[in-house]
Design a protein around this ligand. Structure first.
Ligand code: SF4
Length: 156
């Protein structure tokens, strides 16, 4: 079993209330080959919600206390992001998922680049808060762009 970011299967859970439907990934869930989850919603945040970015580092830095997740409103949403990541990890363990297909560039799900914390649209290298936690726990991390190339499809 694997898991997929919920916005990729058409759930309207993105910050602006939209989704990023990928038909192939939705089919995996429909065929019970994957579960879908949204770390930010699991952390108690609503959809829609103010956009947020990691300031001062990436997801690993958030877990080490060196960076924060800040919304455009100025609200510090770090704890909600961390809680959502922990809930995601718990769900993956319950469902015995060893790999996840995450939405690229997100402050939670971003796999190798994220927005740089200035809300200017610029990217920086690094992982999102949830992706970093999952990687630390040995989960295989891929995204919606590279999963066919990078993922051992026998895991599905
Ligand atoms: Fe939720 Fe991750 Fe999609 Fe953001 S990228 S809406 S946190 S599933």
């Amino acid at each position: 079993m694997i898991a997929v970011s919920a916005c990729l299967i058409g759930d309207s859970v993105r910050y602006d209330g939209s989704h990023k439907l990928n038909d192939e990934l939705r089919q995996l869930v429909q065929e019970d080959k994957a579960i879908a989850l949204c770390p930010e919603v699991l952390g108690g945040l609503s959809a829609p919600r103010p956009p947020a970015e990691i300031v001062g580092g990436d997801g690993f830095d958030v877990w080490e206390g060196h960076a924060k997740v800040i919304a455009t409103t100025g609200e510090d949403v770090t704890e909600a992001f961390k809680q959502g990541a922990l809930e995601t990890l718990a769900l993956l363990e319950v469902h015995q998922c060893t790999a996840v297909i995450l939405k690229s560039k997100s402050p939670s799900c971003g796999t190798f680049e994220i927005y740089d914390g200035t809300f200017s649209g610029e990217l920086k290298s690094g992982m999102g808060v949830c992706a970093a936690l999952l990687m630390r726990h040995g989960i295989v991390i891929v995204n919606e762009l590279n999963w066919k190339e990078k993922l051992d499809l026998s895991l599905i």
